[in-house]
Design a protein around this ligand. Structure first.
Ligand code: EPS
Length: 390
């Protein structure tokens, strides 16, 4: 079973991730991992923190000579900002430590601050926001890069793009080649394939900057090259659409998920929504009239592209803060503000790719198993032969 965990606080020493269950022999490139980390840091609308951080993964276990060795992989990503927080968040209490804390007593509506502080019994939300922060997604993206390496060995690719920022929406479908081009860019504005739409998206972010506000949006993740048959209809928790949904909604600021054209389908008729089935006798394979199901039927991959969208609320730290209450005095007070991002939708797309890649890699290894990539490949090839001769 492929499992991962992360640890680390936003302004602590570092983020760490451990990944268990990758077979031996998966090719791992540090450059590829760091490229993903770089992509996550980009986008118009990031705040001052991204000027401090240049995320780099250090792999300290489980990878030797550029390949996994079947042992748990451990990844470490240092927080450069830690240098400014050593006295605020020391591991061991220090003399005068109380005065060096940076308490957050005015919880931000929409953040984990209030519910977390009550639950963990603090009258200062500092430790809550430290762990709730989307900084943690750096570790997820590093793990996602490993999942992508496994999937890539079988010709499966996972890409993303931004389809909405605020009320500005991409009004056309994006081609696969456009997503490939986007993933290779060395300058990322809002991660939209359409230049005209991206310009209008930028204007929305500018407006949010101007007014001390924040803005959300929608990203779309597309996975190509999947075989028919990952996930299963047999149980609620083996249905792959449900597992993907959990992975996407677990992302900070994501409040909604869509598999295929769910929202459009809900407003339409069955005759217009289902993807008709056809058969290509020459190629000896089934074909489909469209891919509105997003590559999943009955919780099983059907061989079409898997398409999953995540909907982000505008992030909850506002330069023009909202009404809140001080945790100590219980008096009305404006929510805390230090610095913040204004728009993180392009970064969320990259994180979404990582989460989708992780879930697909899990389903892939559940089906094909193997302690070494050679064994996984033998199992995979055997299954493909069965499907081809179906
Ligand atoms: C975040 C607040 C900001 C973001 C941070 C997520 O950090 P800071 O409080 O240090 O300015 O920049 O995101 C990251 C650090 C990151 O790497 O994505 C929050 O409260 O969630």
């Amino acid at each position: 079973m492929l499992r991962f965990e992360t640890a680390g606080e936003s302004h602590g020493e570092c983020l760490v991730a451990t990944v268990n269950g990758l077979p031996a022999g998966v090719p791992i490139s540090l450059d590829a991992v760091n490229r993903e980390l770089w992509r996550r840091q980009q986008g118009y609308g990031r705040g001052g923190r991204m000027k401090i951080e240049t995320d780099r993964a250090e792999i300290v276990a489980g990878v030797r000579h550029s390949h996994t060795i079947g042992a748990p992989v451990a990844i470490l990503i240092r927080n450069r900002d830690w240098a400014n927080w050593t006295e605020t968040l020391p591991v061991e209490d220090i003399a005068g430590g109380e005065d060096k804390k940076k308490p957050v007593t005015r919880p931000r509506p929409g953040h984990a601050d209030l519910a977390g502080a009550i639950k963990y019994n603090y009258h200062d939300a500092r430790y809550i926001l430290e762990r709730a922060s989307a900084r943690e997604t750096t570790a997820r993206v590093a793990v996602g890069a490993m999942a992508k390496a496994l999937l890539g060995a079988f010709g499966i690719e996972v890409l993303s793009h931004v389809i909405a920022v605020g009320s500005v929406r991409l009004e056309r479908a994006a081609g696969w080649e456009e997503l490939v081009e986007l993933s290779r860019r060395d300058e990322i504005l809002l991660g939209c394939v359409d230049a005209g739409t991206e310009t209008r998206m930028k204007a929305v972010v500018d407006e949010a900057y101007r007014t001390g506000d924040t803005v959300g949006g929608v990203f779309e993740v597309v996975a190509r090259g999947l075989p028919v048959g990952l996930g299963s209809h047999v149980s609620w928790d083996t249905r792959l659409d449900g597992r993907l949904a959990q992975a996407i909604v677990s992302m900070q600021a994501v409040k909604g998920v869509e598999v295929g054209f769910a929202a459009e389908g809900a407003a339409s008729f069955g005759s217009k929504v289902q993807d008709t089935i056809h058969y290509d006798r020459e190629g000896r394979r089934f074909t489909r009239g469209a891919n509105r199901a997003g590559g999943l039927e009955g919780g099983i991959t059907n061989g079409q592209d898997v398409v999953v969208r995540g909907m982000l609320k505008p992030i909850s730290t506002l330069r023009r803060p909202l009404e809140s209450v001080d945790l100590e005095t219980r008096e009305a007070a404006l929510a805390a503000y230090e610095r913040s991002d204004v728009c993180v939708v392009p970064a969320a797309g990259v994180i979404g790719e990582a989460m989708v890649a992780i879930v697909l890699a899990q389903a892939f290894l559940e089906k094909f198993g193997g302690d070494s990539l050679t064994e996984t490949r033998r199992n995979y090839d055997g299954y493909l032969e069965q499907v081809t001769n179906y």
